[in-house]
Ligand binder design. Structure first.
Ligand code: DGL
Length: 196
């Protein structure tokens, strides 16, 4: 039994959706969660800058909290910071959100037409496109960046007319592509699930 905590991080509230799932699955584990609300949103920032933030927070979790495992509960950070690199530097296992999401998505689809929505940084990184091409090359993938969603969530606005109007516009490509499965490729988006 290793009673050191599990470390998790995100740019803000988003990763709490992942923390919730971990708490449900592993109620006996202790968690240390960092939400980098001083520097969110990560989505519009250059990848190298986000990678730097990920290294800094991972260092804090490992050195100051002695975590036994790191969960990168942020798609933008997981797309910017190679998980193998984090594992090597910090000598703890590192779990991301991209590959597990892709595996669930390709298991769920019936039509083979799937969509991923995420921040500008995540979608522009090509991380989902590469993972889908590797894991399920036969599925037809439509990706859409959703700038603005994270800011609504951080403001606590998940159902106003304004967020609905934005969602109508940003989700149009996924609707036009007739996807039967849409992956919320940003950990903030489950807060908008009803609107989406
Ligand atoms: N929740 C994060 C993600 O999964 C990042 C949101 C942001 O700060 O832009 O990508």
């Amino acid at each position: 039994m290793d009673d050191r905590p599990i470390g998790m991080f995100d740019s803000g509230f988003g990763g709490l959706t992942v923390a919730r799932a971990v708490i449900d699955l592993l109620p006996a584990e202790r968690l240390v969660y960092v939400g980098d609300t001083g520097r969110y949103p990560y989505g519009p920032r250059p990848q190298l800058e986000v990678w730097g933030f990920a290294l800094e927070i991972a260092r804090h979790l490992v050195d100051d909290h002695g975590v036994k495992l790191l969960v990168v509960a942020c798609n933008t950070a997981a797309a910017a910071a190679p998980l193998g690199d984090l594992e090597q530097r910090f000598a703890v296992p590192v779990v991301g959100v991209i590959e597990p999401g892709v595996r669930s998505m390709v298991t769920a689809t019936r039509s083979g037409r799937v969509g991923v929505i995420g921040t500008v940084g995540t979608i522009a990184s090509g991380a989902y496109q590469r993972t889908v091409a590797r894991v399920a090359p036969d599925v037809e993938l439509t990706c859409a960046a959703c700038p603005g969603f994270v800011e609504f969530v951080e403001r606590g606005d998940t159902a106003s007319d304004q967020v609905h109007v934005l969602a109508e516009r940003l989700l149009a490509p996924a609707r036009e592509a007739k996807v039967d499965t849409l992956l919320l490729g940003c950990t903030h988006y489950p807060f908008l699930a009803r609107t989406i």
